[in-house]
Write a protein that binds this ligand. Sequence first.
Ligand SMILES: [Mg+2]
Ligand SMILES: [Zn+2]
Length: 189
Amino acid sequence: MDLRGFRHVILDRDGVLNSEAEDSGYVRDPAEFHWLPGALEGLAILRRAGLYLSVATNQAGVGRGLVSLEQLAAIHARMQAEASAHGGGLDAVLVCPHAHEAQCACRKPAPGLIQEAITRSGITARESLVVGDDPRDLEAARRAGVAAALVRTGKGRQTEQLPRAAGVPVYDDLLQLARALAAGRPSVQ
Ligand SMILES: [Mg+2]
Ligand SMILES: [Zn+2]
C-alpha cells in the first residue's frame, strides 16, 4: 500500500488510542481512559504531517444504559484536551451510541460512521485510511470503500490471524503506523 496518498486517518478509539476497559469492556469515566503507549506521540506525528484526524468509535455502552451521554462527552473532552496538549489535536470525534440490537446504520461493521467521517472531513474516501484493531473496523472500511490498516494493540493480534485481515497492512501500534504515514512528507508546523 502506498501511504503517501492518504490525507485523512479515521481512527478507532478503544484498542487503538486507549486500552480497552477491563471489567465491563466500556470506559465509563474519564479516569478510566488510559492512553496506549505511543498513541499520543503517534497522533502528534500524524498532525505534524498534515493529516486530518477523525475518531470513529462504537460505544454501545450508551445504548445499553451503562454509560451516559454526559459521561461519554466528559471522556471525549479529556481525550481531546490531552491529544491537543501533546500536539495531536483531533479534528472530529464520531460516535455510534447504539446498542447492537438497534440495527443502526452507523455501528461498525456498518459503514455509516466511516462515511460520516469522510463527509465531515471533505476529503475523499480514496485519500482516507481506517485504522483499527477489530475485524469490525476492517469490515466497515471495506463497506465504505476505504482502505484499512491494522494495529497490534487491543484486539489487533487476534484480528491479524483472521482470513478477513489478509492483505491488510499491520503495524505494532499507532506510533509505528504514524511514522510510516509521515515518512517522506514535509512537516506542516
Ligand atoms: Mg477497537
Ligand atoms: Zn449507531
